[in-house]
Ligand binder design. Structure first.
Ligand code: TIU
Length: 229
């Protein structure tokens, strides 16, 4: 077991039964001209965490942990996009409309790709999800069960939307979940802070939170003093 200094108390995980789940680090949310910006958001806060997420993925790869990437995306026909999602509000472009990075939030379009610095490599699992939660209408639950995964370490965007929704889905399915707090971000700092507080309140009602440095230190202790950069 690897034990991380976390809140509300130490998080212990068996690395061979643990997956890193990186939520929606795709151009549509992180770069200008995508879905996030069409909703009226400044994406620069999200772009800023890319190096930290890269460091986390590097740690997981070096340690041989299962790595899962998700993408919020829809079929080109939009058959999996509820009209309620497409028609809500007054975005500058709606899901499926042509934007500067191709059709907004449509699978296979340039904007739907995970940012280059975090691109999946061979052997990693990529889950396309039509909803906010990564378990809804996807094979994620079956994939994790087949691999015997019991613990999930989360990163990605946005903290209070797709990350929190997925963490809550996972918690209800019996996974022990740790959110790496500097490897997740929101367009709204107050919502990120509130999410970290609410998931860890009440004795970890949804799960645990810790900075990447705490995870790195825990792995270094387990590995006999190797320090991760
Ligand atoms: N809008 C927003 O904050 N998030 C999303 O629409 N999707 C994800 O969080 N991935």
């Amino acid at each position: 077991m690897i034990t991380v200094d976390a809140r509300p108390f130490a998080y212990a995980f068996p690395p061979e039964k643990t997956a890193l789940v990186v939520i929606d680090m795709q151009r549509d949310f992180v770069e200008p001209g995508g879905f996030g910006e069409t909703l009226g958001n400044d994406v620069s806060r999200l772009t800023a965490i890319v190096p930290t997420v890269a460091r986390l993925i590097g740690l997981a790869r070096a340690e041989g942990w299962t790595v899962v990437h998700t993408r919020e995306s829809h079929d080109a026909t939009l058959c999996d996009c509820p009209p309620a999602k497409r028609e809500r509000g007054a975005p500058t472009l709606r899901i499926g409309d042509a934007g500067p990075m191709g059709r907004i939030l449509v699978r296979g379009e340039p904007g739907n790709a995970i940012v280059d610095a975090l691109a999946p490599i061979d052997g990693e699992i990529v889950i396309d999800k039509p909803g906010k939660g990564a378990f809804y209408a996807t094979a994620l639950g079956d994939v994790l069960r087949l691999k015997g995964i019991t613990h999930l370490i989360f990163a990605g965007v946005t903290t209070e939307v797709c990350v929190q929704t997925t963490m809550r889905e996972a918690n209800d399915r019996g996974y022990d979940c740790l959110l790496i707090e500097d490897a997740t971000e929101s367009y709204f700092p107050a919502f990120k802070a509130a999410t970290l507080d609410m998931i860890t309140a009440q004795g970890g009602i949804v799960g645990w939170a810790a900075p990447l440095a705490a995870l790195e230190a825990a792995v270094a202790r387990e590995d006999g003093g190797v320090t991760w950069k």
